[in-house]
Design a protein around this ligand. Structure first.
Ligand SMILES: C=C(O[C@@H]1C=C(C(=O)O)C=C[C@H]1O)C(=O)O
Length: 358
């Protein structure tokens, strides 16, 4: 009876799917043509400002009932597949497979990319600088634990630019091979993850040893090989290593998120909704930080982030990591940066890139 009613509706869906498939392949052929034009001039395959534009347009034009965020996810994957016909881009990230960094790669580039898992954040920078990878994805900041210092230090020295940013929700689970805690004598995770679950662990497993390891993916791998080890990691890492969930959502903050930067040689052109990241240092004298930032207000440039990091030269001097709204090619940003540079003892533009949708 139900099936009788479903049959004509499913026939409609089949007919629409056939049209969608045809349209998708028409789009793909145009992307191939774009690829040929780019190949002639050696132009970059991945254009984040153009992809940001396409995603903004589909959200603006979306008449529903599909949610705009879901439509954007679909179009992210369509563009990823089309881009892969031009060339599959390689993206380095903090591995092993199954980490939140890998999830961030797919959220930014879609799934039609070649992920290059690296053993450390340093190696992500090295692989991208050496050209083994076209881009790298590195964690910059966690909403509970603050800045990822190693990334900030490496950004200071690198010849690469920031060409994008994104943030993803970070939910941790406690997992073991058996799915329970019997016989478990240690809980492994990356030090950031242990810190993000600190209160929960103190309340629930105060007597079990905690061991920091290179990544949550590595913790999941260890737990899969040793019944006395539990891992704290994302569920994707747990699935990859066949772990059972003892308890989901063990992070202290339910809204825990991590922000990632995309690093590469590409310097995106203005998309209309951009952000610029800078590093600055000031001479060590009274009022210096205030003077340093005054040009931003003067030229109407909003600051969206301000982070300090010791210069580690033995004195109380700091590098300031500053994000501002706008692209380094926008007139008011050009003027503000020129003045900032005059007052700064150190000045580096890390990159201008489209504002993240996430
Ligand atoms: C097709 C292009 O190449 C890539 C694929 C895009 C797409 O599928 O819409 C958009 C930007 C590029 O990352 C392009 O540059 O227009």
């Amino acid at each position: 009876m139900t099936d009788d009613k479903l049959k004509p509706l499913r026939e409609q869906i089949d007919a629409i799917d056939a049209q969608l498939l045809d349209l998708l392949n028409r789009r793909a052929r145009v992307a191939q043509a774009v690829g040929h034009v780019k190949a002639e001039t050696n132009a970059p395959v991945f254009r984040p400002e153009r992809e940001a534009h396409v995603l903004q347009k589909v959200a603006d034009n979306n008449g529903g009932p599909l949610h705009s965020g879901d439509v954007q996810t679909i179009f992210r994957e369509i563009m990823s597949a089309c881009r892969a016909l031009e060339r599959r881009v390689n993206v380095a990230y903090l591995g092993p497979a199954g980490t939140f960094s890998e999830q961030a790669v797919y959220q930014q580039f879609g799934h039609a990319v070649e992920g290059v898992p690296c053993a450390s954040i340093d190696e992500v920078f090295r692989a991208t600088e050496a050209g083994t990878a076209d881009f790298g994805v590195v964690p910059v900041e966690n909403s509970s634990e603050g800045a990822i210092n190693r990334t900030l230090d490496l950004l200071l020295q690198t010849t690469l630019s920031i060409s994008g940013e994104l943030s993803i929700p970070v939910h941790h689970s406690l997992m073991t091979g058996s799915g329970n805690m019997e016989g478990v004598i240690r809980i492994c995770a990356h030090s950031q993850a242990l810190a993000q679950c600190h209160t929960w662990l103190n309340q629930n497993y105060p007597r079990i040893e905690r061991q920091a390891v290179a990544s949550n993916g590595e913790a999941a791998r260890l737990a899969s090989e040793d019944p006395t080890t539990a891992a704290i990691a994302g569920e994707i890492a747990g699935q990859r290593y066949n772990l059972g969930v003892v308890k989901a959502h063990v992070q202290d903050d339910p809204h825990n998120r991590t922000r990632f930067a995309v690093i590469g040689r590409l310097q995106p052109t203005p998309s209309g909704r951009d952000q610029t990241s800078l590093v600055l240092a000031v001479p060590n004298k009274a009022g210096a930080v205030h003077n340093l930032l005054a040009p931003l207000a003067k030229h109407g440039v909003s600051m969206t982030r301000f982070e300090s990091r010791p210069a580690r030269i033995g004195t109380w001097e700091y590098y300031f990591y500053v994000d501002v709204e706008g692209h380094a090619q926008d007139d008011k940003v050009i003027n503000a940066l020129a003045e900032l540079k005059q007052n700064a003892a150190f000045f580096k533009v890390l990159g201008s890139y489209p504002f993240s949708l996430y």
